[in-house]
Design a protein around this ligand. Sequence first.
Ligand SMILES: *Cc1c(COP(=O)(O)O)cnc(C)c1O
Length: 450
Amino acid sequence: MDNWIKKDLKYIWHPYTQMKDCRRFPPILIERAKGAKLYDDKGNFYYDTISSWWCNVHGHNHPRIKKAIKQQLDNLEHVLFAGFTHKSAILLAEKLVSITPGNLKRVFFSDNGSTAVETALKMSFQYWQNTGRRKKTKFVSLDRGYHGDTVGAMSISGVDLFNEVFSPLFFSSFKAPAPYCYLCPEGKSISDCNIDCIKSLETLLKKKNNEIAAVILEPLIMAAGGMIIYPGEYLKRVAELAGRYNVHLILDEVATGFGRTGKMFACEHVNAKPDFICLSKGITSGYLPLGATLTTEKIYRAFYADYEEKKTFFHGHTYTANPVSSAAAVASLSVFEEEGTLSRIGKLIPVFHSYLERFRGLSIVGDVRYMGMIGAIELVKDKITKKPFALKERIGLRIYEEGLKRKLILRPLGNIIYLNLPLCISKAELKFILEETFQIINSFDNSICV
Ligand SMILES: *Cc1c(COP(=O)(O)O)cnc(C)c1O
């Protein structure tokens, strides 16, 4: 083990990592990156097949974004955002309002995805307090949904492996079953699906809407829950129900925003109009941290009052609307236009998806799902009974290890292997990645699993 890694393991505690695993799988030292490739200190490269945790959009080391960051740094690196403002935040807010769907007219900045979610929760909660409907204090979210790692965001998340141990800390909320088609909670198949899994959510809203502030969910793709891709009809109906029962609709587009699904935002696929949208991850093309929560003028107005009325939104984060992050985000949005990113990937997506269909034939592949530049392969011990691999088999980790040998980062979500490709990927790179992934999964047969 070289000295850098020794020091890393001496001083650093990595996120989402069982540090004991690092003895066998020490972290890889990355020194530079370009486009979709990451280069380590020995000159090896890896395809950034999960976009550096779903953040990178236009590729690493993009000249346009780099230039914007440098220019911003020459003028202003940071300033407090109460009582002061700056042009990059103003430009970005204007742009976000113009590209987000529906009636979202106000932008509240923060610095990551969890804070973008916390902001929406607190705003929704306080909206009902400010408008005299004091009992509307609860949230509804989905099993297997993921909204961040702060305690509030965890309270409305449902990925048990991550959060179980913290559950005594959570505020109480309502949970509805996830529209997880592969393991359909109603025991149906796609052909006879009538979105019956929405019934318990509907009943809940019908009975308890007096207590409910908002419904929060990830539109179309439940990302950390296992890249669960669900029918647009489900989202459409949730939006209708939220409207009918007078609860806010919060769409967490932290993972799905900025082109991942083939459109700028996932909710555009079904024309859902949220009361809040939460953005982060791809907002700066993965260059710097930034979060944003957009809401409607109606909600904003419920906070607009004389100071002594105590309607102010007393919430903020120190690095809110950081100028360098904001400049990177403005540049990233310009690149979408200049490079015609969405129409370019529009041509790649069918190639990607039809190749993924081939994975269905493999013996340990239970399900294949895809949307936009995201594709997921759910591995099972038994294809017929859908019996999963046991945790201790570490099937995901073993595939990850194999992936690294073949220049891929197949960091799994449990037994789900996925690709979340940067939008800059070329057709040749895409083919290489898919071909290698196929070979790797093919090389794992039930027989060699303990
Ligand atoms: C990653 C993620 C978050 C949390 O974002 P952080 O920046 O990691 O705090 C919230 N919601 C969704 C849907 C995410 O994928």
